[in-house]
Design a binder for this molecule. Structure first.
Ligand SMILES: C[S@@+](CC[C@H](N)C(=O)[O-])C[C@H]1O[C@@H](n2cnc3c(N)ncnc32)[C@H](O)[C@@H]1O
Length: 393
């Protein structure tokens, strides 16, 4: 079975989460760079990682990497790469590109040169002059960073945030991959109450339910590499059915999702039902001021309004104050809040012991983490917090 150099791409700030996910899947020798985790694997690993990675954006095969200070070097070194090992004679192979701090900065010209070079390489191997490109798709990306070209083929197709459960979303939804990352950065596990009091279209609640029930994030969608002729279809079937077998039963107690917008609830219920977790979540129309709980050691993970638009500031400050007041009444809870609003801590009323810079889309945010105390040991010796599996840093 050939081995590939694989790259799980992710949003800046979530690399450690993706590394931890890969470690949990059994991969070692990970190399972490900005927004990328490198590792190696075979066909089955391509299927497993697409199926199971919750916070990665895509899974790429790295075909080659080299210095490309000029078009000559880019072309010649691209021709020399073993493209026919991956790309069959009838394949489509569109080329996308990007360039950061590199001498070759005209991206369309870079893409054109790489396309021509791949054609040249395939011509030699397949003894052909033309390629019809009518078969399966192998999207190539050339990424130039400080004159180093990295050439990859995308195995995922649609970004991994597309789980297949969310057709419509309300305003300012979180990406599913980001939502999963925020949850995995918290100390939540399925034995603790999970609440999102600003649930919007329900992304955090649905992702928490999928994590709590060990539902593979890719089980409701397909991947580009499934159509590749050299991939064994039976193996993909096995990976899917293994994922089904690993599902855990219903959550011991429901996840709670609240929002004051009734229209949001309809989206939530639809998404939860599509994801197969409607029985694990209770959604309710509720103002933040109405939230109370007599439970201990619960966890709030939320994406409240940020007040990015003019005129929203006062309303948002009042929301943060209210959240702070409620959390003061829940001293055993962990509270995790992502926002771009730089005054969040002031209005919430406490400085966060831990924070992390993350990008929600293009918006620079902070993830404020009030960890709360660890739950007491349970009778069987467990702590109630799976520290090894769910280590935030
Ligand atoms: C940034 S959106 C959350 C998006 C959500 N994470 C998602 O993925 O769809 C913020 C949500 O807070 C809700 N919200 C704003 N003020 C609120 C309040 N006072 N009480 C309850 N919900 C509120 C809004 O209706 C909106 O759905």
């Amino acid at each position: 079975m050939p081995r590939f150099e694989l790259i799980a791409t992710t949003t800046f700030g979530l690399e450690t989460v993706v590394s931890r996910e890969l470690e949990k899947l059994g991969y070692t020798e990970l190399r972490v760079l900005d927004g990328k985790v490198h590792f190696s694997g075979d066909d089955r690993d391509i299927a497993r990682c697409n199926m199971w990675l919750r916070s990665a954006d895509r899974l790429l095969i790295k075909v080659g990497e080299f210095q490309a200070p000029d078009f000559g070097a880019l072309f010649d070194k691209t021709v020399d790469l073993p493209w026919s090992d991956y790309i069959p004679v009838d394949a489509k192979f569109p080329v996308a590109g990007r360039s950061v701090q590199s001498r070759l900065h005209a991206v369309p010209a870079v893409q054109g040169a790489v396309k021509k070079a791949i054609v040249e390489s395939l011509k030699k191997k397949y003894n052909r002059f033309r390629f019809e490109e009518t078969g399966a798709e192998f999207p190539v990306e050339v990424s130039l960073l400080r004159d180093v070209a990295t050439l990859t083929i995308d195995t995922s197709g649609e970004g991994l945030h597309k789980r297949g459960y969310r057709e419509y979303a309300g305003p300012a939804p979180l990406r599913e991959t980001m939502a999963a990352g925020l949850i995995q950065l918290s100390y939540w596990n399925r034995d603790r109450q999970f609440v999102d009091p600003f649930c919007g279209s329900g992304t955090l609640a649905v992702e928490a339910a999928m994590i709590g029930r060990n539902i593979a994030p890719g089980s409701g969608r397909s991947f580009l590499a499934e159509d590749w002729p050299w991939m064994d279809r039976r193996m993909w079937k096995e990976v899917r059915s293994e994922a089904k077998d690993l599902r855990l039963p219903r959550m011991p107690e429901p996840i709670l999702g609240y929002d004051h917008d009734p229209a949001a609830m309809r989206l939530c219920e639809r998404s939860a039902s599509e994801a197969g977790v409607s029985g694990d979540i209770q959604f309710r129309v509720q103002e933040i001021s109405e939230f109370k709980s007599n439970r201990e050691y619960g966890v709030i993970v939320c994406n409240p309004p940020y007040g990015e638009r003019m005129g929203d500031q006062q309303e948002v400050e009042a929301v943060y104050r209210e959240l702070g007041r409620i959390c003061d009444l829940l001293p055993t809870w962990g509270v995790y809040v992502i926002t771009s609003n730089q005054w969040f801590e002031k209005h919430f009323g406490r400085r966060a012991p831990r924070r992390r810079k993350l990008y929600n889309g293009r918006l620079e945010c902070q993830y404020y983490q009030y960890l709360g105390p660890a739950p007491p040991r349970l009778a069987d010796g467990a702590t109630g917090v799976d520290v090894e599996e769910n280590k935030p840093e």
